[in-house]
Design a protein around this ligand. Structure first.
Ligand code: SAM
Length: 427
C-alpha cells in the first residue's frame, strides 16, 4: 500500500435538480453507496438547506464520503475518501452516478498519505488506548443526524428530524412535513417553517383569543390562509360564534395537516366551519360589505401566493368587508427578522384604519426565525385591544386548558420593547 488513503474528488453533472434537493434520497444513496463498496458505516449527518441545497457526510470505518449539492445547477460535488484496501471507492462512484441520475461525471483520484513522504514515529498505542471508551448502550448500526435548516443570508434555524412524512408540489408551493425529534411533526412551505406540533398553540391562541375577547360579540369570522387548521380550531372554542369561513388557496396544505398534524387540523369537520379552497384575494374582492366581525389574515410570509395578502389594496377590501365595529388581525412578521417589512405594513394598516386604530402585539414562537413574532390588531370601529373583561378571559383560558393565552399575557403582549416602538414610530 504505497498510500494510506484514496481520495476521489467527484463532479456529477446534469443530475436531477429534484434529487439534488432531496435530503432523504441523498442520505440514503450515500449510505448505500458506501455499503455497496464494502464500507462499514458509523455515522451520517445531513443538512437540507432552504431554499435548496444539501450537505452531508457519511462517516465510515474506512474514512468518509461527503457531498454538497447545487440543485439549481443539477450539480453535486462529492468526496469519496477510503483508507486501506478493503473498500473500492469507484464502486461508490458508479452507485451515486446512477442514484443522482447524473448524465456524466468527472473525477480525480489522489493518493493521500504517500508512504514515501512520511515516517512512522514510535507511537505508543497504549497511551492513546487509555482514553475512556464511551460504550454504546446498545449496538446501533449507525447513528443518523438529519437536519432541516431554514436560513436566510445571516440567520438559520435547524431542526433534527427522523425523516420526511409528506412532500408534494402544489401549483403554489412545495408542501412538506418532517418528523422532527424536538418539535414533533413540522409543516413547511417552500422550505419555511409554518407550524410544529410542539409550539403551534402559541401562534394560534394569540391570533384568535386576543381579538375574540377584546371584541366580545363576534358572530361571523373569516380566516384567510390558515390551511393548517389551528386558527379555526381556536376560533371554534368560542360558543357564541355562529359561522367561521376559512379561505385557503392550497388543498395540499389541508391534506398534509389532516394526515400529519391531526391536532391542528381537528376542527375541519366542525358544523360551524365553511371551508373554501380558493384565493383569498379573489374571495375578499367578491365579498359583501360589512360581512364579518373579525377577519384574520393567517398568511405565510409575503412571498409566493401570499404576497398579495400584504398590500394596501387587499387591506382596503378587508376594511370594506368588516362590520362597523369589526377587527382585522394579521400575522405581521417579526420586528427582528424582517424589520423593514414589519414597519412598512404597519404604515399601510394605519393608512387604511387610522393611526390610533392600529396596535401591535408580540409572542414568543421558538420555531419562527428569531423566535419573536408579531400580530397586528386594527379596529374599524372603537374596539380597543386592552379593553376586555379579565375575568371572562381568565375563565376562558382555564376552561379550554389553553397553553399560552391568559388574561395577563393578553395585556402584556401589547407592551412593546423600545426598538419595536421605534420601528413603529411610537417613540
Ligand atoms: N403560521 C404561519 C406563518 O406565520 O407563517 C402561516 C400558516 S398558514 C399555513 C399560511 C397559509 O396561507 C398557507 O397554507 C398558504 O397556502 C395560505 N395562503 C397563501 N396565500 C394565500 C392566498 N392568496 N389565499 C389563501 N390562502 C393563502
Amino acid at each position: 500500500m504505497e498510500a494510506l488513503g484514496r481520495h476521489i474528488l467527484v463532479e456529477f453533472y446534469n443530475c436531477s435538480p429534484e434529487l439534488m434537493n432531496d435530503v432523504v434520497h441523498i442520505e440514503k444513496s450515500m449510505v448505500e453507496a458506501a455499503e455497496t463498496a464494502g464500507a462499514t458505516v458509523i455515522n451520517s449527518t445531513f443538512h437540507h438547506f432552504s431554499p435548496y441545497g444539501v450537505s452531508g457526510v457519511v462517516v465510515i470505518q474506512e474514512s468518509h464520503l461527503a457531498i454538497h449539492t447545487w440543485p439549481e445547477y443539477g450539480y453535486a460535488a462529492v468526496d469519496l475518501f477510503t483508507c486501506g484496501d478493503s473498500v473500492n471507492p469507484w464502486v461508490s462512484y458508479k452507485y451515486l452516478e446512477e442514484a443522482f441520475k447524473a448524465s456524466h461525471g468527472s473525477s480525480m483520484e489522489c493518493r493521500r498519505g504517500q508512504m514515501g513522504l512520511m515516517q512512522r514515529s514510535d507511537f505508543n498505542i497504549e497511551t492513546v488506548r487509555n482514553v475512556e471508551q464511551k460504550s454504546f448502550d446498545h449496538p446501533v448500526k449507525f447513528t443518523r443526524d438529519v437536519w432541516f435548516t431554514e436560513r436566510d443570508e445571516n440567520i438559520a434555524l435547524s431542526l433534527k428530524h427522523d425523516g420526511q412524512l409528506y412532500k408534494k408540489e402544489s401549483p403554489y408551493q412545495k408542501v412538506e412535513v418532517f418528523a422532527t425529534q424536538a418539535y414533533g411533526n413540522m409543516l413547511t412551505l417552500d422550505g419555511m417553517v409554518m407550524c410544529t406540533q410542539k409550539d403551534e398553540y402559541v401562534y394560534h391562541e394569540m391570533i384568535t383569543h386576543v381579538p375574540m375577547l377584546s371584541h366580545g360579540r363576534v358572530k361571523r369570522a373569516l380566516v384567510i390562509g390558515g390551511g393548517d387548521g389551528g386558527t379555526v380550531r381556536e376560533l371554534l372554542r368560542h360558543p357564541d360564534l355562529e359561522e367561521v369561513v376559512l379561505v385557503e388557496i392550497d388543498a395540499l396544505v389541508i391534506e398534509a395537516c389532516k394526515l400529519h398534524l391531526p391536532e391542528t387540523a381537528a376542527a375541519f369537520d366542525h358544523p360551524k366551519l365553511k371551508l373554501l379552497v380558493e384565493d383569498g384575494i379573489k374571495y375578499i374582492k367578491e365579498c359583501a360589505d360589512n360581512a364579518f366581525d373579525l377577519i384574520i389574515v393567517d398568511s405565510a410570509d409575503p412571498v409566493g401566493p401570499g404576497e398579495g395578502l400584504f398590500t394596501a389594496e387587499f387591506y382596503k377590501e378587508v376594511y370594506r368587508c368588516l362590520t362597523e365595529d369589526g377587527i382585522m388581525v394579521t400575522q405581521s412578521e417579526s420586528p427582528r427578522f424582517n424589520a423593514s417589512v414589519f414597519a412598512e405594513i404597519y404604515d399601510c394598516y394605519r393608512g387604511i384604519f387610522g393611526a390610533d386604530k392600529v396596535h401591535c402585539y408580540l409572542a414568543a414562537i421558538p420555531t419562527y426565525p428569531t423566535g419573536t413574532w408579531s400580530f397586528s390588531f386594527s379596529s374599524k370601529g372603537n374596539a380597543q385591544p386592552l379593553v376586555y373583561d379579565r375575568a371572562t378571559a381568565a375563565e376562558f383560558s382555564r376552561k379550554n386548558d389553553l397553553k399560552y393565552y391568559n388574561e395577563d399575557i393578553h395585556a402584556a403582549a401589547f407592551a412593546l420593547p423600545n426598538f419595536v416602538k421605534q420601528l413603529l414610530k411610537l417613540k
